[in-house]
Design a binder for this molecule. Structure first.
Ligand SMILES: [Zn+2]
Length: 356
């Protein structure tokens, strides 16, 4: 985890947009606004946990991976959202490799994530036959590896984390320790590459996409799950607009804050905020064509440590958001601002495919 660490040197990544090569950026949220969102998020979780609230319980609630002071900017040309400043890519990888959780927490995460990924595996069933060879980049504690194996797929993980790869291997789940670019698998040898909740944390997405293209057979599937940058921008702009108002605007502002907090969008703890449009633009030159997308919310955060009213609050907020996102999809198919998270499905071009 990247904590407050003054020794982290800044990358000049803002100089050029990773998607379109643009060089002009505008501020979506200043460092001060991000700091205020972080403060709200800590108060938000503290109020909703049953006392006594331990530092560990707080840490489990929020994804405070990118919690150094930063502003959130957007490329003026393509709309890609990004944090600035940020650590250098090699520092980010080193910190991920050194992440430590402890045996008990790893087992808790494994149980929770296996449940979650059973649902994700079910949604992939229509795209992947029994026996499909699947690679998961960023396999973490192995929840998807276990769920995929139950589905009858041959799933292998790739992760730079030392502790999590040891943990997966102790459960008999095959994992290569390293990055997708380093993974020693044959060209065109896999049916699918899935990257859940990790793609937005890659400082340089290009090499990972090249690796995915090399590993996938023609027509193979690339699945990405991302926090929706378009959604963060939409909610943040409304928050700023309603700051000093009262009455209905105050209620709306409160709902926006709840929606962002329950979906880990407050303070935007990610390196990149892609949207459907920016991802299409990024992936097309690598030979991928989008075949579908599913609007979603973050997985359930409430557990036995959550106060009852807060668990209901989360359920109501996420149900409302899902309904709003579905309605938005029907009314304005080119826009997708109300879904805090997106699952996106791409196919690698077939030989002779001229649509790439
Ligand atoms: Zn751009």
């Amino acid at each position: 985890m990247i904590r407050e660490d003054r020794s982290l040197s800044e990358s000049s990544a803002l100089a050029t947009c990773a998607v379109c090569g643009g060089r002009e950026f505008e501020t979506v949220c200043s460092a001060r606004e991000i700091g205020a969102q972080m403060d709200f998020l800590r108060r938000f979780h503290r109020r909703r946990l049953r006392p006594p609230v331990s530092p560990e319980a707080m840490e489990e609630r929020g994804d405070f991976t990118q919690d150094y002071a930063a502003r959130i900017a957007a490329c003026r040309r393509c709309g890609l959202i990004l944090r600035h400043p940020r650590p250098k890519p090699e520092e980010i990888l080193r910190l991920y490799a050194q992440d430590e959780y402890g045996e008990e927490r790893l087992n808790q995460l494994f149980r929770a994530q296996t449940d979650l990924y059973r649902r994700k595996a079910r949604s992939l069933r229509r795209l992947l036959p029994d026996g499909a060879r699947v690679i998961e980049a960023g396999s973490f504690v192995g929840g998807f590896l276990a769920a995929g194996r139950e589905r009858g797929w041959e799933v292998t993980g790739v992760d730079p984390g030392a502790e999590v790869t040891d943990f997966c291997q102790s459960k008999g789940l095959p994992v290569f320790r390293g990055t997708l670019e380093e993974a020693p698998f044959g060209a065109e040898s896999v049916d699918a590459v899935v990257i859940w909740n990790t793609f937005d944390q890659l400082p340089e997405p290009g090499p990972a996409l090249d690796a995915a293209r090399r590993l996938l057979r023609p027509g193979g599937l690339l699945t990405l799950r991302i926090p929706n940058g378009e959604s963060f921008r939409f909610f943040s702009s409304r928050l700023s607009r309603f700051r000093r108002e009262h009455g209905p605007a105050k209620t709306l502002r409160h709902f926006l804050l709840l929606a962002m907090a329950w979906n880990n969008l407050l303070a935007f703890p990610y390196l990149y905020g892609y949207s459907t449009a920016t991802l299409d633009r990024l992936l097309s030159p690598h030979g991928f064509r989008r075949i579908g997308s599913t609007p979603d919310t973050l997985v359930r955060l409430s557990d036995e440590k959550t106060k009852l009213w807060a668990a209901w609050e989360e359920r109501v907020v996420k149900t409302l958001l899902k309904g709003m996102a579905r309605a938005e999809g029907r009314l304005t198919p080119s826009r997708c601002a109300l879904a805090p998270w997106l699952d996106l499905f791409y196919r690698k071009g077939m030989p002779g495919d001229t649509r790439m």
